[in-house]
Design a binder for this molecule. Structure first.
Ligand code: 6PG
Length: 248
């Protein structure tokens, strides 16, 4: 069951939200005759989505051989660290699906230099894309997953930090995280994240109702600044949905 609410699609619970996101990704990717690219978000919200994708019917129907996997951000911690965004996706999905190793494009996190790691990732993105500049008519990604932190950050673009203003580079180092975990990060920038056919914000849980309400009421936080050259949709569960709003 779902309802429309002021630009949000609201699902009854986190499982329904995750399944809807999996179906949406399946629809976006199955129709692509050539290679496609997914940019994964971090944090805990995508975990259920990854679990759905790693089981039937998705496991047997996704075009795994043609899909390339990227990250919107990652923390500079070892891959085995529970805080690793790569590690979470690897444990729950990438290690369970028939994905060619060359299709997995992780951020190099075994470094203490976020700027250097960002430059390295940007080089890989440009190589994959095949051009130094992004053409809005030829998106870098087919699907970009986005989350929202309690402070309104998305990817590792934090309120008040200069990386939110970056309009030329595709990836930036984030030496000081604005929210837990307080470790250095690498983040894609808004222009790189925007280069997609579909951008899906996934927001789940009562602890996100406050920030989602602020965003819907016009708060100028990074998650509200995200944009997409393709579609941009908000998929939320009823726990996270703002209260007392009329369905659209
Ligand atoms: C990160 C994430 C971040 C995340 C939000 C929501 O690396 O921190 O990419 O942007 O999406 O913080 O995280 P939760 O899903 O854990 O609430």
């Amino acid at each position: 069951m779902q309802q429309r609410l002021a630009g949000l699609t609201v699902f009854s619970d986190a499982a329904a939200l995750a399944e809807a996101a999996a179906i949406r990704m399946q629809e976006a990717l199955a129709g692509r005759a050539t290679r496609s690219a997914v940019c994964l978000s971090g944090g805990s919200t995508p975990a259920r989505l990854y679990q759905f994708l790693a089981t039937e019917p998705f496991l047997g129907t996704m075009p795994w051989d043609r899909v390339h996997w990227f990250w919107g951000d990652d923390r500079l911690v070892p891959r085995e660290d529970e805080r690793s965004n790569f590690g979470e996706a690897w444990r729950l999905l990438l290690n369970k699906a028939p994905i060619p190793p060359g299709n997995i494009h992780s951020i190099s996190t075994n470094t203490t230099d976020p700027a250097q790691a960002a430059q390295q990732y940007e080089t890989e993105l440009r190589r994959f894309y095949g051009s130094e500049t992004i053409d809005p008519a030829r998106p870098l990604f087919d699907v970009v997953l986005m989350g929202v932190g309690h402070d309104g950050h998305t990817a590792s673009l934090f309120p008040g930090q200069t990386q939110t203003e970056e309009m030329w580079r595709w990836a930036v180092g984030v030496p000081i995280a604005g929210a837990e975990p307080f470790v250095p990060r690498v983040s894609l920038t808004f222009p790189a994240l925007a280069s997609t056919r579909d951008m899906l914000f996934l927001v789940s849980g009562k602890d996100k109702r406050g920030v989602l309400t602020r965003i819907m009421d016009g708060a100028d936080v990074p998650a509200a600044r995200a944009y997409s050259h393709g579609s941009l949709i908000w998929l939320v569960d009823s726990d996270a949905a703002p209260e007392n709003r009329h369905a659209a």
